[in-house]
Every structure is written in C-alpha cells, then in structure tokens.
Design a protein around this ligand. Structure first.
Ligand SMILES: N[C@@H](CCC(=O)N[C@@H](CS)C(=O)NCC(=O)O)C(=O)O
Length: 220
C-alpha cells in the first residue's frame, strides 16, 4: 500500500503512527503543499479532494480522510473494537477530533509556527485558541474520567488503545507549536507519554522524536 503524505501533516502522521503500531509497511510518497503538489492534475486523479493523507491500495483503489484510512488499516485488530458499544465510543471520539479538536489546533500551529502568517493576539487567533482550549479541556476531562473508571492506564474510548487515541494524538502533541501550554492538562500529558512509550510508536520525523516540533521541511 502507498501513503501520500506531506512531511509535517498531522493528519498523515495519524496514519503513519497507526501503521507503525500495527507493523504495517506503507510505501511513502511525500508531497509538498508549498510546491503545489496537491493541486496537480496527477494528484487530483488520486484524490479529488486534493488532500493528504491518501492511501492507495495495491489494486489502485484509494481511500482519503484520515479516519477512513485508520478504520481500514485497523480492521480485525485490537485498535478497532469488536463490540458495537465499543465501536460507538471510538466513533464518538473520532467525530470529536474532526469537529472540535483538529481544526483550531491545526490552524494555530499552521499560522503561528509553520507559516508565521498571523499575530497571536489577532481576534481570529484568539477565537481559535479558545476553541482549542475548550477541546483540550474536554479531552483531559474524558481521560480523567476513564482513569477513574478503568485505572490509571487510561485510553480515550475504551480500556485499551484504539484508533481514537491515534487520531487525537498528533494535533494534541503539536499544540505547543500554536502557543498552548499542555502542562495545564495533566491527564493529557500522562496519555501522551503512554502513547509515546507504546511499542511501535513513530514520531513525526521517523527516528527523530526531538523533531516533533520542527517547522522546517526536510529535517534530516
Ligand atoms: N479531514 C481531513 C483533513 C485533511 C487535511 O486537512 N490535510 C491537510 C494536510 S494536514 C491538507 O491536505 N491540506 C492541503 C489543502 O487542504 O489544500 C482528514 O482528516 O484527512
């Protein structure tokens, strides 16, 4: 299988992280947003939405949207529960990630750190910050409730790591790039450490966990 990504995409990091946790080998085709690769006619044939991540199966069919890809790769593994209630919990937190969490955190990182195109005190950025803090407060409360119910080894959706944890990990880990202090969220900090200690964990730049907060492409 072939993964189309960009080097610093948090959405694509979800897919590489899951593949690494599951020991699935993906051929990586790394594109550049800045160079206009995603708008090319060739890439639009692969994904008409012109976004990464995009997974191309060995028979040429493609899957886009990170959560659809996570679901596909986790089929018949412990990261996608077998029982219907368990599945509903994973879907709840996947939906939360897309509707409440990813957008403000990704925009803060993009505009304040990667593009440096915005002033942190601008009203629009303050609104994104408020949305991001609300989502992180809700995630921290969920992890705290999970720890109270299931013991300190808490995961977002159930009693073991699932694709909901994988989906929520990258933009939470990258939040400090958007000016957010994660030390205000103790349950999140403990959960991030648990994911990073998990066998198969893969950082944003493979083999270089110290570069998770890099702002540069081609950080080798
Ligand atoms: N909802 C999508 C979002 C994907 C997304 O926003 N990808 C970004 C990179 S992180 C992208 O391709 N941006 C380029 C663009 O939208 O033009 C997902 O979860 O996969």
């Amino acid at each position: 299988m072939r993964l189309y990504d960009t080097q610093r995409s948090g959405n694509a990091w979800k897919v590489r992280l899951l593949a690494s946790l599951l020991n699935i080998r993906l051929e990586r085709v790394t594109l550049s947003i800045d160079a206009g690769d995603l708008g090319s006619a060739a890439f639009r044939r692969v994904n008409p939405l012109a976004q990464v991540p995009t997974l191309e199966l060995n028979d040429g069919r493609t899957i886009y949207e990170s959560q659809a890809i996570l679901h596909y790769l986790a089929h018949r593994t412990s990261l996608w529960p077998e029982d219907r209630f368990g599945q509903s919990q994973v879907l709840t937190w996947l939906s939360f990630e897309q509707s409440q969490h990813m957008h403000p955190l990704a925009q803060l990182r993009l505009r304040l750190a990667l593009h440096r195109s915005a002033d942190a005190s601008a009203p629009e950025m303050l609104a994104l910050r408020a949305q991001a803090l609300k989502a992180l407060t809700q995630l921290d409360a969920r992890l705290s409730a999970q720890a109270a119910a299931n013991g300190p080894d808490a995961w977002v959706a159930g009693t073991s790591i699932s694709i909901a944890d994988v989906a929520l990990y990258p933009y939470t880990r990258l939040a400090p790039m958007g000016g957010i202090d994660l030390s205000a969220f103790p349950s999140i900090c403990a959960w991030l450490e648990r994911i990073e200690a998990h066998p198969g964990y893969e950082p944003l730049i493979p083999g270089q966990p110290d570069l998770n907060y890099t702002t540069k492409e081609n950080s080798k």
